[in-house]
Design a binder for this molecule. Structure first.
Ligand code: ZN
Length: 303
């Protein structure tokens, strides 16, 4: 019995602190305050999460040591699907012989099959060897129709031998013909298996960050100057807000100025009106105080 853990099951949307009773490798009961039998082993898992084993569908961990670390994260199945391994029988045989602590599975490797046809690559069911192929320009280029047929044939054989689907490292072969992708997709559809694709966006990134540019960008990001730019970006946003507030304040000040002139003009007009009914001498003096320019400008702005 696993006692007092936070039981999480996405399938049933269950999430609460509960006890889990396991018998013969199967979950028998999940409930609060279960009563253990006299021969039940009770493990206190307070503060830990109790859940189904996680299936890592994007794993490149192919060592026992690495998989033990994955197990500590709750992974019980690690699948090498994006890159795949070739030949598939050897990938499975090696995994079985190594005594892996997790369930495993592999896809047919589009990269390895293409490499075998285009770049004399000798697949050895090892990801390290496959990674070395990625920078090979012969592998990155387009295939002739005969070459396409050739590596499609290899992939088909891999599927027959137990591959879970086709892993397509499309983004790592920037100069391959897009029509090739359709050919692989067609093969997968016919075989009724999924494809796992590292998409093409990386192509653009590789162009932009080619060679010296990448080194420059990395050096820049590591510098204090790089951090300063990011800070400035933040300050810039603040500046924009302040500038906006300043603009609003300025507009209001201008309006206040206009209002003041309008009030003054009205005052002058009222005094003139008062003067015409009173002494003619006083009206002339008040008339000199009126601002005719501001009058015209002020009215325009209020309108
Ligand atoms: Zn990956």
């Amino acid at each position: 019995m696993l006692r007092g853990g936070l039981v999480v099951n996405p399938e049933t949307r269950h999430e609460s602190v509960a006890d889990v009773l396991v018998h013969d490798g199967k979950v028998k009961a999940v409930a609060e305050n279960l009563t253990p039998g006299h021969d039940t082993t009770v493990l206190d898992v307070t503060g830990l999460i109790v859940g189904p084993g996680f299936i890592d569908v994007h794993s490149h961990v192919n060592s026992v040591a690495g998989q033990r670390l994955q197990a500590m994260d709750g992974v019980t199945t690690a699948l090498e699907l994006e890159s795949g391994l070739m030949p598939i029988e050897r990938a499975y045989a090696d995994a079985a012989q190594a005594g892996r602590p997790l369930h495993y599975g592999f896809s047919a490797s589009w990269a390895a099959a293409r490499g075998a046809v285009l770049a004399d690559f000798e697949p050895d069911a090892d990801l390290v060897g496959l990674l070395a192929l990625l920078g090979n320009r012969a592998w990155q280029g387009p295939s002739t129709p005969a070459q396409v047929r050739s590596w499609l044939g290899l992939l088909e054989r891999e599927l027959d031998a137990g591959a879970l689907g086709i892993g397509i490292l499309l983004g790592y072969a920037p100069r391959n013909d897009p029509a090739e992708f359709l050919a692989v997709a067609q093969l997968a559809a016919t075989a009724g298996v999924p494809t796992f694709t590292h998409v093409r966006e990386l192509v653009e990134a590789l162009e932009v960050l080619a060679g010296p540019k990448l080194a420059k960008a990395m050096a820049f990001l590591g510098q204090a100057a790089g951090r300063q730019v990011r800070t400035n970006n933040h300050v810039e946003r603040l500046n924009r807000r302040l500038r906006f507030a300043e603009k609003v304040r300025y507009r209001w000040r201008k309006r206040k100025w206009v209002v003041r002139w309008v009030v003054l003009l009205l005052d002058v007009a009222w005094q003139q009106a008062a003067a015409t009914t009173g002494a003619g001498k006083g009206a002339k003096q008040l008339g000199e105080r009126s601002p005719p320019q501001a009058n015209a400008r002020g009215k325009k702005k209020v309108a």
